[in-house]
Design a protein around this ligand. Structure first.
Ligand SMILES: [Zn+2]
Length: 283
């Protein structure tokens, strides 16, 4: 773990105040929709005070691409290394070793995203269960936190974590969109909760708005999950419809409103939590 105590040196960066930085813990920066302007996305995020970014790895290939890209932006980009449940069917004998090699490379701050997705079942459930379990064990082996994905699979997901994950391995359920009962179960299991712009959706995000205040501030992190989940209430709406990390303060504002806290406090606390969770400091 690196030293996560806040330091008070000032390294002013154009357009961004060090004291006003917010970490986006989940951005799919290697997604093809960012292929033409990836550097620009990182730069405008920085100018909006959203830095560092943690790139979500969703397959061995995307995790490798993320690590290669992050190497060019030290201190600004970190990555996860893992296989999304959709891709469990592509896992094989070399998968775990590839993830181990990646984790040795320096930019990797978590194993994932991994978990279960019974919403679309792009991989057979037995394969999802197998590769979720193996990645939880890998996180323990490598002493890295877990970046977790769960859709419509709460019971199996909780069962595996209770059985396989030691208490010493921190884990965040990213893009939480579940029920109050599921949220309470995750909090009892000492999991962290990642909230996206889903809560900005006045229809399908409605239930989530009332749940946010149940999350203890020190267990809450925020993320865009860009290019997906563009907040529906952005004004003006992005012309290309694409979500970007620079919209994270908008999500923080929605979280603050739902939780009855100030935006500054939400940005500061979620960032402190993320720094400690992922073991990253600011340069
Ligand atoms: Zn996910």
């Amino acid at each position: 773990m690196t030293n996560t105590h806040p330091n008070h040196h000032s390294h002013p960066t154009a357009g961004s105040d060090k004291t006003n930085r917010t970490i986006d813990i989940g951005i799919n920066l290697m997604h093809r929709s960012f292929g033409g302007d990836r550097d620009q996305i990182v730069q405008t995020a920085l100018e909006a005070g959203v830095t560092p970014l943690i790139i979500t790895g969703t397959s061995v290939r995307s995790s490798e691409a993320a690590a290669d890209y992050a190497r060019k932006h030290p201190g600004r980009l970190y990555t996860t290394a893992g296989v999304h449940p959709h891709d469990a069917k592509s896992c094989g004998g070399r998968t775990l070793q590839s993830l181990r090699d990646l984790a040795a490379g320096g930019s990797v701050v978590a194993i994932g995203e991994c978990g279960l997705d019974y919403n679309r079942d792009f991989s057979p459930r037995d394969m999802q269960l197998e590769w979720f379990t193996k990645q939880v064990e890998l996180a323990e082996e490598l002493e890295l936190p877990l970046f977790l994905h769960e859709r419509d699979a709460h019971e199996d997901f909780a069962r595996i974590l209770r059985r396989v994950k030691p208490p010493g391995v921190p884990a965040v359920v990213h893009c939480f969109t579940g029920s109050e009962q599921e949220l309470r179960a995750y909090l009892e299991m000492d999991l962290y909760i990642g909230i996206t712009g889903w809560i900005c959706d006045e229809r399908r995000g409605k239930h989530l708005r009332s749940l946010v205040k149940l999350i203890p501030p020190e267990r809450l992190m925020i993320e865009t999950d860009a290019p997906f989940l563009t907040p529906r209430d952005l004004v003006p709406k992005p012309k290309d419809g694409r979500n970007e990390p620079r919209f994270l303060p908008h999500i923080a504002a929605a979280v603050a409103q739902c939780a009855g806290r100030s935006v500054d406090e939400v940005m500061r606390q979620t960032t402190e939590t993320a720094k400690e969770f992922f073991g990253i400091g600011f340069e």
